[in-house]
Design a protein around this ligand. Structure first.
Ligand code: PEP
Ligand code: MN
Length: 349
């Protein structure tokens, strides 16, 4: 991590720092803070020679080695103070952050989505989710179509809320970014698709686009989850949110093995906001409230919940696990009640 003496490196100074880092196969990520910029060294930064050369530059106040496998995701990294914003909202500051909306947008019934969006706006969600392209276990199930994105964009225009859409490949990534999707969701099946994670980071470098990275269903320890997020940040986009959503094997009666309890482990290691998805974890609307409250108690910064104005008329996961906007409002109230008593990591010494 590099801290300049002035608030920001001049273009010439940045070029010199980048040239030195480049000689050691490292690159520099500029992190723009409110009052000053700091600079993360990406790559194998444990090279003494590089450090000595950088430390010799008289316009740098500090050059620190981050002894962590996550150069950028670590709570002690240059990004420690980084705030992930979605639209106008800083995720996890002042109260839980709520994303709600359909699992799957039905292109034949745009009004269902538009009405859900209006109702969720009314109850005060911060962002809308809407599945356009769907990763379906069965190849004969509805796979999604690009046309559904127009409905999501219409909901964004009508409500003024940012939108979250899953992308599964680089073609969808291009379409979604070009359309102004605010949050790119990387689903559980792609959570370890390192090529896609790199492309996502590259394509959104320097933008305000956020990424909601779901936890892989077969992802074992939290370290692997954080390392996957590191790929996106290292490729250029620090606006990453970690999303536990249940893992395999399923608990009898739940869709997956609920894993909101890994939240404190994530919060202790990384600065990144944790936005839990209770819908895919328990997989039944009647358990979503309890799972959401547990997630916040464990320290989650937010929740991504499937919601539908009339779940029985939904497609994809909605008939099983979507909550109504009225239930969503109750979940929000219950979570806000717990918020002041949530787990919070010790401040860094
Ligand atoms: C979804 O959010 O609808 C979805 C498919 O999520 P996951 O990748 O967690 O299964
Ligand atoms: Mn779903």
């Amino acid at each position: 991590m590099i801290i300049p003496k002035a608030g920001k490196l001049t273009p010439e100074q940045l070029a010199e720092v980048e040239r030195i880092a480049g000689e050691f196969d490292c690159s520099i990520l500029e992190i723009v803070g409110r009052n000053r910029c700091i600079y993360a060294i990406l790559g194998d930064e444990g090279r003494e020679l590089m450090f000595n050369r950088l430390r010799g530059l008289d316009y740098l106040a500090r050059v620190d080695l981050i002894e962590s496998p996550y150069k950028s995701m670590d709570r002690k990294s240059a990004l420690a103070e980084h705030q992930v914003k979605v639209g106008e909202t800083s995720v996890g500051s002042g109260g839980p952050f709520f994303i709600g909306g359909h699992c799957t947008v039905n292109p034949e019934e745009p009004n269902l989505y538009l009405e859900t969006a209006a109702a969720l706006k009314e109850v005060g969600v911060h962002a809308l989710r809407g599945g356009v392209w769907k990763p379906r276990t069965n190849p004969y199930s509805y796979q999604g179509v690009s046309k559904a994105l127009e409905i999501v964009l219409e909901a964004k225009a009508r409500t003024g809320l940012p939108v979250d859409v899953e992308v599964m490949d680089t073609e969808q990534l291009e379409i979604a970014v070009d359309a102004g999707v605010d949050v790119l969701q990387i689903g559980t099946r792609n959570a370890l698709n390192y090529s896609l994670l790199k492309e996502v980071g590259k394509k959104t470098t320097g933008s305000s686009t956020a990424v909601l990275l779901k936890r892989g269903r077969h992802m074992a320890p939290p370290n692997e989850f954080i390392a996957a997020a590191e790929y996106i940040v290292a490729a250029g986009n620090p606006n990453v949110m970690l999303c536990p959503r249940g893992t395999m094997p399923a608990l009898d009666g739940y869709r997956n093995q609920p894993d909101e309890s890994i939240t404190p482990l994530l919060k202790d290691k990384t600065w990144a906001p944790v936005v839990v998805d209770p819908s895919h974890s328990v997989g039944r609307d009647e358990y979503v409230t309890a799972c959401s409250m547990a997630a916040v108690a464990y320290g989650a910064d937010g929740l991504c919940i499937e919601a539908h104005i009339d779940p029985s008329r939904g497609i994809g996961d909605d008939p099983k696990q979507a909550v109504t906007p009225a239930a969503f409002a109750e979940i929000m109230a219950a979570c806000r009640d717990i918020w002041p008593r949530r787990y919070q990591p010790d401040p860094l010494g």
